[in-house]
Ligand binder design. Structure first.
Ligand code: FAD
Length: 483
């Protein structure tokens, strides 16, 4: 049977673009369909614009610090619109880079939604159908709002980069990394930030000590973080019914609550929103942002027509080689709901090409993936948390927390955490957790050692680089505790 293509990729994000290019380089005839913008979540509304906003927000604290170092420098205000314009042109540039990489690799691009018609056929929104020997689903995920009346009044991370104006106040719902990163970003840009998280501590799944320190730092920097708290009701603040509520808003809400006059001129997007929380507090915010999770983008994708099995969370079910139950169809990246990170989607794409087009069956490696949370301060992490490790075996905990030289000189109270979780039986470093400025950069490097199976003795053999924050990783002599 002859097909139009050897490979048809659905989705032009991190995983799809890489798989298409690498397969084409192997001599395969490849096509790719993207329904929105080339580059996907990471480039258009994820990692890249977020990190640029992290940089933007970091400048807020700098004048004060610079003054402490002798600079004659004044505080300034952040201007959202010039930043947004520059951000958009950078995203346009990157989108073009992705497009030209595909063109340069002889991948045929369809700027269209694609769905599955059968195990070898893809239907395009343009009405065309294309056949392929292999189909790769790389459609990623999307943010979900909670099932709450008027939830449409809130925005998600998809909308945050394109706001018409920067809100004066925002309520962020959620305690995962996206919620915490945007709480810090917006706080740094001068927005009054309140964050509700229904759990007992933010950043579930990360090392307890590290998440505790991040939460403390966020509060110290001005994020009004409420744990064990969720939203129960929301309405447009302009509703006549709410006008009354506004004038009698609980003073305990502090600056988050505003009077009606202020509300009419504030706001962007959907306009100010009145919110009631599980703790009984009521308040009005210029924006409410839901960072309450993401779901795989599989709805209406034709999975049923093609006979592809779907899991409980709507994810495409795959085996260790990213193959679905239909042998000609594979899936990679967020749509499979394994590890939702850009480098992981890319590596899954490369392992897929290795398996299918190079005849070298390769499983993507999901063990010991380093990652960073770009809060202020950052959290860099690899391996097991103390809590996970001690469930598994007896461990020694090497840990230190201190004020870093640069901030301490400027009178800042920010603390740093360096932590190693070490197996008592093998001396192997099972986990490394860093809370500090640039922890993302540090964990990338420490991650090499941990991935190589370094022991605590190996760390100790390395001479310190002085004076740095990270030298603590090789100078912690005795365990803080055993667990
Ligand atoms: P995506 O990049 O989501 O690409 C899927 C593409 O498929 C999209 O372009 C979509 O439009 C397209 N598509 C969907 N359905 C169809 C269809 N039927 N037809 C045609 N096209 C379709 N990861 C990190 O590693 N570090 C970070 O700092 C980080 N920060 C993030 C911050 C935010 C706010 C968000 C939301 C995510 C972040 N991520 C981060 C996660 C990262 O963006 C994703 O893990 C990664 O983009 C997944 O790549 P993917 O190829 O699976 O899907």
């Amino acid at each position: 049977m002859s097909f139009d293509y050897d490979l048809f990729v659905i989705g032009g994000g991190s995983g799809g673009v890489r798989a298409a290019r690498v397969a084409s380089a192997e001599g395969a005839k490849v096509a790719l369909a993207e329904e929105y913008r080339m580059g996907g979540t990471c480039v258009i509304r994820g990692c890249v614009p977020k990190k640029l906003m992290v940089f933007a927000s970091g400048y807020g604290e700098m004048p004060e610090e610079a003054r402490a170092y002798g600079w004659d420098i004044q505080d300034g205000d952040f201007d959202w619109l010039p930043f947004r314009t520059k951000l958009n042109s950078e995203l346009n540039r990157l989108e073009e880079v992705y497009r030209s990489l595909l063109n340069g690799s002889d991948v045929e691009i369809f700027d269209s939604r694609a769905t599955l018609a059968d195990p070898h056929t893809v239907k395009l929104a343009t009405g065309e159908t294309k056949t392929a020997k292999h189909i790769l689903i790389a459609t990623g995920g999307h943010p979900v709002r909670p099932d709450l009346p008027n939830a449409h009044l809130g925005i998600t991370s998809n909308e945050i980069f394109q706001l018409e104006s920067l809100p004066k106040s925002v309520l962020i719902i959620g305690g995962g990394y996206i919620a915490c990163e945007f709480a810090c970003i917006l706080n740094g840009l001068g927005v009054e930030v309140t964050q509700y998280y229904r759990g007992a501590q933010i950043l579930r799944g990360f090392d307890d000590e590290a998440r505790g320190l991040v939460a403390e730092a966020m509060r110290e920097k001005g994020v009004n973080l409420h744990l064990g708290t969720n939203i129960v009701e929301m309405r447009a603040a302009s509703d006549a019914e709410n006008a009354q509520i506004l004038t009698s808003t609980d003073p305990a809400m502090g600056g988050a609550a505003q009077d009606t006059a202020a509300l009419t001129e504030a706001g962007s997007g959907s306009g100010p929103v009145w919110v009631k929380a599980t703790n009984g507090q009521e308040g009005v915010y210029d924006q409410v942002m839901f960072a309450t999770g993401r779901s795989p983008s599989t709805s209406g994708l034709g999975l049923e027509e093609a006979g592809v099995a779907v899991g409980r969370r709507g994810e495409v079910v795959v085996d260790d080689y990213s193959q679905t139950n239909i042998p000609s169809i594979y899936a990679i990246g967020d749509v499979t709901n394994r590890v939702q990170l850009t480098p992981v989607a890319i590596r899954e794409g490369m392992a897929f090409v290795e398996t299918v087009f190079k005849g070298n069956p390769t499983k993507p490696d999901h063990e010991l993936i380093p990652s960073a949370i770009f809060t202020q301060p950052e959290l860099g992490t690899i391996g097991l948390s103390e809590e996970e490790a001690r469930e598994q075996e007896p461990v020694d905990i090497y840990c230190t927390s201190f004020r870093a030289m640069q901030g301490a000189f400027a009178g800042k109270s920010d603390r740093v955490l360096m932590k190693l979780v070490v197996s008592q039986a093998t001396d192997k470093v099972l986990g490394c957790h860093i809370v500090a400025d640039h922890a993302g950069e540090m964990i990338q490097l420490a991650g090499i050692a941990v991935k190589m199976g370094a022991t605590k003795a190996d760390f100790d053999r390395v001479c310190a680089v002085h004076p740095t924050i990270s030298e603590e990783l090789v100078t912690m002599k005795s365990p803080m505790r055993s667990a």
